[in-house]
Unconditional design. Structure first.
Length: 601
């Protein structure tokens, strides 16, 4: 009798790998369990939610067993070259067995395939599929598939079909298979999603799907122009960013997960399955500087559609297709390692954050310089955004970090408002575009003066998080990267030193000193990984190249065994925290590598 493996808790965040089809994504644990999957889109309700609870909340687990117990975790795992095809391997005295996991890009329906492949010896295996739609809430109606092994699971608007070559049975509200594989044998499990009102999709040839999927990713990876010192790590980061790009709309999600905590057991748990203008813009920089231009064009078109309308209604984030309503609510899941609440949607979508204007204008400027857009692409919209920013920049906002402690005059927000005018002036001058240049130059210079006067603390010899307050903020490390001041300016050098002394813990950079007073939330958080990469960039631009390279080398050493990074890192518990994998972290890695290799940002 094989013991059920479904009730096991979720794994440490770093023990997961990502597979995806540029429409949705799944997290696969090193124990052979898929614990997170949203269908049909990144932001759809999850049908596998064990990541935020246990197997009863939805899991697709395949693993070798011996004497009624799972053999695990796997001996090793890796991606098959520069692809998003994952291989998880168990090597024991019995032999070697592997599970090959992938999602099929450009498929008409969402298709996830798991291939159990015995390479040596003989293994008893167990498969458990516990589908729970709507974030673990809805138990589907399951029937046997006509004309072959498999099941059809229906719940409201969703239908999922499982096809396989082995016998299936129902057990404890799950679909289960106990089977044996011997050397040279490959057994497929093909999971397909479609709308429940449609006819059951046709079967997918798993061998052809594997070939096509590998070819898709290999051809995409071959477009990269980066051949520097950290080519393997940068290739994986770029692949991860591509996995987070929606092939239909061009939108780029910040992460494929929700509510992975910034502090284990804490309340700082957010839904990141949306398209932040900020995150998407910096991802665009990374793609363009590495030779990926199609994504730039698709993103620019997404941007123009999403922000179309009144400039007063521009949001900091949107849904994958430009949806504006992202209301935040809580759902009844146990939470990752008991971290509650579990949130769906994001209330920060209604915040005012001035920095997004700078990021958008910088992205459009970069695209024009690279001849990826017509010179006047989105120019009328950009002019309208700046006209609105002229009335807005001097007001308080919620800041880059989306704090919930009230609006303030955040220094970085003002710096990015400066960048919006500076880059737009450059666009107009270089491309002969019609613009109120005298007014823009006056506003640019006024913002510069205010930041240098009100945002710099002479006692600290540093720029500060908020005008007139002595707190530090790691975003200020981007001042020389943006070009507001050169990296060798004494004020920048002083800011770098102050942050190294005040925000670095165990060698990693905090965003700021979190507290209920500073951001309106109880508890703490880990070190924000992008900020540590920003410190390396600031070091580089200030002439400390050796220090920058040493820090960067240590940071890429944090990547898990398949090259992925989360949002944050707990330097005390030495583990990942926050949503995973995080676009912001991987973009920062790519940008830092490009800078250290001498590529213009």
């Amino acid at each position: 009798m094989v013991m059920s493996i479904s009730r096991q808790q979720s794994l440490p965040i770093e023990d997961y790998a990502l597979i995806g089809d540029c429409r949705s994504a799944a997290l696969v644990g090193r124990n052979g369990s898929i614990d997170w999957l949203c269908w049909p889109r990144f932001d759809s309700g999850a049908c596998l939610s064990a990541l935020l609870g246990d197997g009863s909340n939805g899991r697709f687990h395949i693993a070798p067993v011996q004497d009624g117990a799972i053999i695990g975790p796997a001996t090793s795992r890796s991606y098959l070259g520069p692809t998003a095809v994952l291989e998880t391997v168990w090597q024991t005295e019995q032999g070697t067995v592997a599970i090959i996991d992938f999602m099929v890009p450009e498929s008409e329906f969402g298709t996830l395939i798991r291939l159990v492949e015995c390479r040596e010896g003989r293994f008893d295996m167990r498969m458990e599929l516990c589908l729970r739609f709507d974030y673990g809430k809805s138990v589907p109606w399951v029937t046997r598939r006509k004309g072959g092994n498999g099941i059809v699971a229906v719940s409201g608007p969703d239908m999922v079909v499982l096809r396989t070559d082995v016998d299936l049975r129902g057990e404890d509200m799950m679909t289960v298979a106990d089977f044996t594989v011997t050397a040279g044998q490959r057994i497929p499990f093909v999971l397909t999603h479609c709308a429940s009102h449609l006819t059951v999709p046709m079967a997918t040839d798993h061998n052809d799907a594997l070939y096509q999927t590998k070819q898709f990713w290999e051809q995409w990876s071959a477009k990269s122009t980066y051949d520097g010192e950290w080519a393997v790590s940068i290739s994986r980061s770029l692949l991860t960013l591509k996995c987070l790009t929606d092939r239909v709309t061009g939108g780029i999600v910040a992460a494929p997960t929700t509510s992975l905590p910034e502090e284990i057991g804490g309340v700082r748990n957010w839904d990141y399955r949306f398209c932040w203008l900020r995150d998407a813009s910096i991802t665009l920089f990374a793609f363009m500087n590495a030779g990926y231009f199609d994504e730039a064009g698709s993103w620019a078109e997404w941007l123009q559609r999403s922000v179309a309308g009144s400039p007063q209604q521009v949001q900091i984030m949107y849904g994958l297709a430009g949806e504006r309503r992202l209301e935040e609510y809580e759902i009844d899941l146990p939470g990752y390692e008991g971290s509650k609440p579990v949130r769906i949607g994001n209330a920060a979508s209604s915040q005012v954050q001035l920095d997004i204007y700078g990021e958008v204008c910088m992205a459009l400027n970069q695209a024009r310089r690279g001849n990826l857009l017509s010179k006047d692409f989105a120019w009328p919209l950009q002019c309208e955004l700046l006209a609105h920013l002229e009335t807005l920049w001097s007001k308080p906002d919620s800041g880059l970090w989306e704090t919930r402690g009230g609006e303030k005059h955040f220094t970085f927000s003002k710096v990015m408002a400066w960048a919006a005018f500076a880059r737009s002036i450059e666009d107009a001058e270089q491309n002969g575009l019609d613009a109120p240049l005298d007014a823009w130059r006056a506003t640019r210079d006024q913002i510069f003066s205010e930041v240098c006067t009100k945002g710099f603390d002479t006692g600290l010899n540093s720029f500060t998080q908020v005008f007139g307050e002595p707190a530090l903020d790691a975003s200020l490390l981007l001042i020389p990267v943006i070009g507001f001041l050169p990296g060798t300016d004494p004020r920048v050098v002083g800011t770098i030193k102050a942050i190294e002394e005040g925000l670095v813990e165990n060698g990693f950079v905090l965003r700021y000193r979190a507290s209920a007073q500073s951001d309106g939330l109880p508890g703490q958080e880990g070190a924000f990984l992008a900020c540590s990469f920003w410190l390396a960039q600031a070091m580089c631009l200030s002439g400390r190249q050796a220090d920058a390279r040493a820090l960067f080398q240590r940071l890429i050493g944090l990547c898990n065994d398949v090259g992925l990074l989360s949002e944050e890192y707990d330097p005390h518990g030495k583990r990942f925290t926050g949503n995973f994998p995080q676009a912001f972290s991987h973009v920062a890695m790519v940008s830092t590598a490009l800078m250290l290799d001498g590529v213009r940002q």
